[in-house]
Design a protein. Structure first.
Length: 232
């Protein structure tokens, strides 16, 4: 069983939950959901969704099955937190995009910086997210987890693009641009994940400058040039 960042296990968190009269802080709830999601994703990848039960997920994490259902509506939903981890880095980068920078320059600067720091999402979680995205191609029940992550990406894009264009997030043009940009992120993430898991030639993805240019140019093209350039 994996440990939480603060060095305490699931049992410690559950003990704290009981001591608090059944209450759990949002931070601890998020950590617990991610811990469950990691183990569920590992089981889904190793033995398939159909062969994985809620009882097995609970046993892997060291919790009761009832606790699993308290945090997730179904076993397939257990994949959602780890899949969301796969889009967190890019969204956090885009939220810091200065108006005076092009998307290419900003992505390059941010990803270069992150390359010298502890990444916001562990590489193990990134790989698990890739596996779940890949598995969603053949496991329709998991597709909803990936589509929910894509929907969250689109919602984030609305706020980012709306702020950049100085228009409301629910403006029709902003929503269209956000949908187009989110689709670009989805397709590229699926493409890169498939290549990584297939053990293919990853040269094109290891060149940070080329990779950031690819994302930026695809987003600019998809939005008809409305998103990507500096704003004075």
């Amino acid at each position: 069983m994996l440990s939480f960042e603060d060095g305490r296990g699931v049992s410690a968190v559950m003990t704290t939950e009981k001591r608090g009269g059944g209450g759990m802080s949002e931070q601890r709830r998020t950590r617990l959901r991610l811990e469950i999601s990691r183990e569920a994703a590992r089981l889904f990848w190793e033995q398939g969704v159909a062969a994985t039960s809620g009882d097995q997920i609970a046993e892997a994490v060291g919790l009761s099955t009832r606790t699993i259902w308290r945090h997730f509506r179904s076993k397939e939903a257990c994949a959602e937190p780890v899949v969301m981890q796969g889009v967190m880095t890019l969204m956090s980068v885009l939220r810091r995009w200065p108006r005076e920078s092009s998307l290419e320059d900003h992505l390059l600067a941010e990803l270069t910086r992150l390359g010298h720091e502890k990444p916001p999402v562990d590489l193990a979680d990134e790989l698990l997210a890739m596996k779940m995205i890949r598995l969603a191609d053949t496991e329709p029940a998991l597709r909803s987890a990936w589509l929910m992550a894509c929907d969250q990406t689109e919602r984030e894009m609305r706020a980012i693009i709306g702020d950049r264009l100085e228009r409301p997030a629910d403006d029709l043009e902003v929503r269209l641009h956000a949908a187009a940009a989110a689709s670009v992120v989805r397709v590229l993430d699926e493409h890169i994940g498939a290549a990584v898991l297939a053990g293919g030639d990853l040269t094109e993805f290891q060149d940070v400058q080329a990779l950031t240019r690819r994302y930026a140019q695809a987003i600019r093209t998809a939005t008809g040039g409305a998103v990507g350039d500096p704003i004075g």
